[in-house]
Design a protein around this ligand. Structure first.
Ligand SMILES: Cc1cc2nc3c(=O)[nH]c(=O)nc-3n(C[C@H](O)[C@H](O)[C@H](O)COP(=O)(O)OP(=O)(O)OC[C@H]3O[C@@H](n4cnc5c(N)ncnc54)[C@H](O)[C@@H]3O)c2cc1C
Length: 475
């Protein structure tokens, strides 16, 4: 019997580990192991925990159709999960353990612990690069090193992708079902809920059919216009597939296959830009693989760790609760707190505001995002935060500082997004929506005055960054 350990790859179709186990000719069993203490340490958002939990039942159904049972266990930590899987493999005469790799440091350690334990027992193991279409190490520059700038990475990536064979795999139904009896491991049932806080994720469908339909609808209705619509939070211009990509309910190959289907290559217009976003995702996955320090809270740039932060607790709280007095920032934070999702443009604006207007360590924002996001993904989140903080690999230049008023005016010109989350501001004439403190009746609003003056804080940031760059040993 083969054992497949599912983690952030919660799907039956195009799952490389499952596919390879299923063509072995032996019965296959899939296992999912909850690890609440490690999740807590990684700031897993309760809304994402709920999404994972709900999705597991769908995966169970999908696997059942292929004669593959899904069983469930819970331990505290990653280390214990590796021990548990190795023990089960040993005690149940498993002939091979299959899993898809993850590239963050703790995950890599967990898998190397598993491999050592299995090797000691003489059990075969198979780890697959499934998370990216082109795995870390397969896209390198002329010096044989990984790319540190996105544009040449993308160029090399596309050349390779169009040349090398890749495909979406289809799980073949097995004729024989694995039989499994164990005290620690049970069939997944509503009684086996995680010992971890969950916040309802009901507004996100979790069945495979709905997820694929969402991908297809984006492809047919919005992909071509993506370039023009993707920056406006009041417009449904992006795919909103990130929650599914983050937990592996959808694979990047499924997205890329749909996007390129019957299209002339290379892609152009909105399709090309959407493809670039999928490639940014891979860029950050590769980065996390090659730079373990990124999983340990370190800046990518050497001088980034020399930055001095003010970390004013009252300002941090105002940012988290959406009460900074800057409408676009506050509306975005309210959206995040209520729904677990935030538009990409807004993620950039609120991150820039926290770091460059409030002088708060980007790691505080990074961790808050993870604790709230339904699509929390360590590599994308770290990459996004370090890009905004200008400490990242190919990050935003440090002197580029978003002005929250002009960003609001540009990307939410009618104030539709802001007024959805702060209805109080809908009373104002349009020209004041992004700077309500200027309205004649500002004092009558129950909306707070700005906690900082953008112009003043901008100058402070420029000085702080210059100092860090001068003293922090690097450009
Ligand atoms: C500060 C900050 C934090 C972020 N944290 C996360 C996170 O935890 N998880 C996450 O998936 N994305 C994160 N992003 C990237 C991006 O904001 C989201 O992927 C995007 O908003 C998801 O919406 P969508 O599915 O509609 O994206 P679309 O615009 O439809 O893009 C398609 C897919 O491409 C990927 N993608 C898009 N933009 C990026 C990007 N800049 N970097 C990496 N991948 C990208 C996502 O998987 C996304 O689902 C972050 C960005 C910033 C600036």
């Amino acid at each position: 019997m083969k054992l497949v350990w599912l983690r952030r790859d919660l799907r039956a179709e195009d799952n490389t580990a499952l596919y390879h186990a299923s063509i072995s000719g032996e019965p296959v069993l899939a296992i999912y192991v909850a690890t609440p203490d490690s999740w807590q340490a990684h700031d897993l958002a309760p809304i994402q925990a709920d999404l994972i939990y709900r999705r597991l039942f769908e995966v169970q159904k999908d696997l059942q159709q292929n004669n593959i049972p899904l069983v469930y266990a819970q331990v505290a930590t990653f280390a214990e999960s590796a021990q548990l899987v190795a023990k089960l493999a040993r005690e149940h005469a498993v002939t091979g353990v299959y899993f898809n790799k993850e590239y963050e440091v703790n995950e890599v350690q967990r898998d190397s612990q598993l491999v050592d334990l299995l090797a000691a027992d003489g059990i075969e193991w198979h780890g697959f690069d499934d998370k990216c279409l082109l795995p870390p190490g397969s896209v390198k520059n002329k010096q044989g090193d990984y790319f540190k700038v996105f544009t040449p990475f993308k160029r090399a990536y596309l050349a390779k992708m169009y040349q090398s064979p890749w495909r979406v795999t289809k799980l073949q139904p097995l004729t024989q079902q694995a039989v499994w009896r164990d005290e620690i491991v049970s069939e997944l049932s509503p009684r086996s809920s995680f010992d971890y806080p969950r916040q309802t994720s009901e507004r996100y469908a979790v069945d495979t059919e709905s997820i694929i339909k969402q991908l297809r609808q984006f492809d047919s209705d919005r992909a071509d216009a993506y370039e023009k619509q993707r920056d406006f939070p009041a417009v449904a211009g992006t795919s909103k597939l990130s929650p599914y990509l983050a937990i592996g309910a959808l694979s990047v190959r499924q997205c890329m296959a749909r996007l390129t289907y019957q299209q002339a290559l290379p892609l152009v217009g909105g399709r090309e830009i959407w493809q670039s976003e999928l490639i940014w995702r891979e860029f950050y996955q590769h980065l996390i693989y090659f730079e373990p320090k990124l999983s340990k809270g370190r800046s990518f740039t050497p001088w980034g760790d020399a930055l001095i932060w003010k970390n004013n607790p009252a300002w941090i709280e105002a940012w988290k609760t959406g009460t900074t007095g800057y409408p676009i920032v506050d509306a975005a934070m309210k959206q995040l707190n209520a729904t677990g999702w935030m538009h990409n443009r807004l993620r950039m604006i609120v991150a820039s505001f926290l770091v460059k207007d409030l002088h708060v360590d980007w790691r505080i924002g990074e961790s808050y995002f993870m604790s709230k996001l339904i699509d929390g993904d360590y590599a994308a989140n770290n990459g996004g935060w370090q890009w905004c903080a200008s400490t990242g690999c190919d990050g935003q230049p440090y002197f580029r500082i978003f002005n929250p008023v002009t960003q609001g005016e540009r990307f939410d010109p009618e104030g539709h997004f802001v007024c959805t989350w702060i209805p109080e501001l809908a009373k104002l004439p349009k020209k004041y929506i992004h700077q309500p403190w200027k309205a004649p009746n500002a004092k009558a609003l129950s909306y707070p005055a700005p906690i900082v003056d953008h112009k003043t804080e901008r100058e402070i940031t420029l000085a702080l960054y210059k100092e860090a760059k001068d003293n922090g040993n690097g450009a």
